[in-house]
Design a protein around this ligand. Structure first.
Ligand code: FCB
Length: 441
């Protein structure tokens, strides 16, 4: 069904699973800071313990091998490697990731390394964070440290995970770290993220020997009705979510809708900066969860649109509609708009309330169904010639789901909150068998 060299993976990120965020000389991240502010995270949860992966990484790599993964996507905590975000390198932090990567390679699991999955060092936030024009250079210096240290064993690199989420929930809505609601700053944050990506790619082209790309969250947008207002709203939301980052990267200019959306807050970005951003990555990572059903709503600013929950459609506990056809559409749509760039599905998965452990089994049938139908949707895009090279389930573990804390559970593997014990859910067993049957075909 899938190509012979297709990668079968699962994904995680540092702050969501590691715990011990300040261990061995690490500098605090904006997520550590944010999670410790009262009222920011559901149930007052933090990433202080998370899945305890910082301590249990060896056991976790053994679990990945048991699961039959051929690839693993993880992120590096910038502040473990550079506690102040720039300048001095903390060898102990680097060594943690070296050991992890060595263990993966020993098990024949291909590492896919994300440099930035939202945990900016707090020290850099205090200098202005992604609003600062030097932020792309800070990121490039950090990238260089990692590339020099581990490129010999890491064949797949991702600069940024979901720059849109950093931009909008982080700097416009204030529901993610750093918790800002600064509409005027938002377009520049996005621009600096794109320049940071480009600067890291430039370093990689000079020093790295493998492949580098970025991961974006994509969801096809549908108007809730046939009215002209709802159709226009869906179109604006498509520019806002799906094209804000990919258009400048792959086509060389921002979607014109962004200027309409942000009005006077949209700056005139210099042509030389847009030229620097414009460049084809080695691959695009697609994070796909659902579609957007969009209704015009002038009270929702700046977009003039909001996402509505569909009536009578299956949804996950995040309130996201289960809509596998949107994955096929997203993959085909990418090729149509941007050409045949190699793709990985770098995240796909679902949060559900899992049934209790019964006779040794957590029967998460809804998750199995989600994964099965989405894999079929991916296969439909492959059958139409899309250059899709791998699939990563979000997530390997139940983990710290950002503002939702531990309440939303995406894992193939359950983590006992009391003692950290790991238990395969039925979806993990199912995925292992699926991978086996693909590999042995
Ligand atoms: C994505 C994030 C990932 C996880 C999933 C559910 O936006 O990249 O860390 O939170 O959503």
């Amino acid at each position: 069904m899938f190509p012979a060299n297709f990668l079968w993976g699962a994904a995680t990120s540092a702050y969501q699973i590691e715990g011990d965020p300040l261990a061995a000389g690490a500098g605090a991240s904006i997520w550590h800071q944010f999670a410790h502010q009262p009222g920011r995270i559901a149930n007052g949860d933090t990433g202080d313990v998370a899945c305890g992966h910082y301590r249990r990484w060896a056991e976790d790599v053994a679990l990945m091998a048991e699961l039959g993964l051929t690839a693993y996507r993880f992120s590096v905590a910038w502040g473990r490697v550079m506690p102040n975000g720039s300048g001095a390198v903390n060898q102990a932090g680097l060594d943690f990731y070296r050991r992890l990567i060595d263990a993966l390679c020993e098990r024949g699991i291909t590492p896919m390394l994300t440099l930035y999955h939202w945990d900016l060092p707090q020290a850099l936030q205090e200098r202005g964070g992604w609003q600062h024009p030097d932020s792309p250079a800070w990121f490039a210096d950090y990238a260089e440290v990692l590339i020099r240290a581990v490129d010999d064993r890491v064949p797949l690199w991702i600069t940024l995970n979901e720059p849109w989420v950093v931009t909008v929930p982080g700097h416009l809505e204030g529901i993610h770290a750093p918790g800002l609601q600064n509409r005027a700053a938002t377009p520049r944050v996005a621009h600096h993220l794109l320049l940071a990506h480009a600067a890291a790619v430039t370093v990689y082209r000079a020093l790295g020997r493998h492949q580098i790309g970025l991961a974006v969250n994509l969801e096809p947008q549908f108007p809730v009705s046939a009215s002209a207002a709802d159709q226009a709203a869906a179109h604006r939301r498509d520019a806002f979510i799906n094209r804000w980052f990919l258009d400048p990267l792959l086509l060389g200019s921002y979607p014109p809708e962004l200027r309409e959306i942000f009005g006077a807050d949209w700056p005139d970005f210099p042509a030389n900066e847009l030229a620097r951003i414009h460049g084809i990555p080695d691959f695009i990572g697609v994070n796909y969860y659902s579609r957007g059903l969009v209704q015009a709503d002038t009270t929702e600013q700046p977009l003039g649109a909001r996402r509505v929950k569909p009536q009578d459609a299956p949804c996950t506990t995040m309130g996201w509609e289960v809509y596998p056809a949107g994955l096929t559409e997203t993959l085909l749509g990418l090729r149509e708009r941007y050409g045949n760039v190699p793709l990985y599905i770098t995240e796909n998965g679902a949060a559900f309330i899992d049934a209790d452990l019964q006779a040794g089994v957590i029967n998460d049938a809804a998750r199995v169904n989600y994964l099965e139908t989405h894999l079929r949707a991916a296969q439909m895009a492959l059958a139409q010639g899309v250059d899709l090279r791998g699939y990563f389930v979000w997530s390997l573990f139940d983990n710290f789901e950002w503002a939702e804390g531990y309440a939303q559970r995406f894992g193939l593997i359950q983590i006992d909150p009391l003692n950290g014990r790991r238990t395969f859910k039925r979806s993990a067993h199912w995925y292992r068998e699926f991978i086996q049957s693909e590999i042995n075909r």
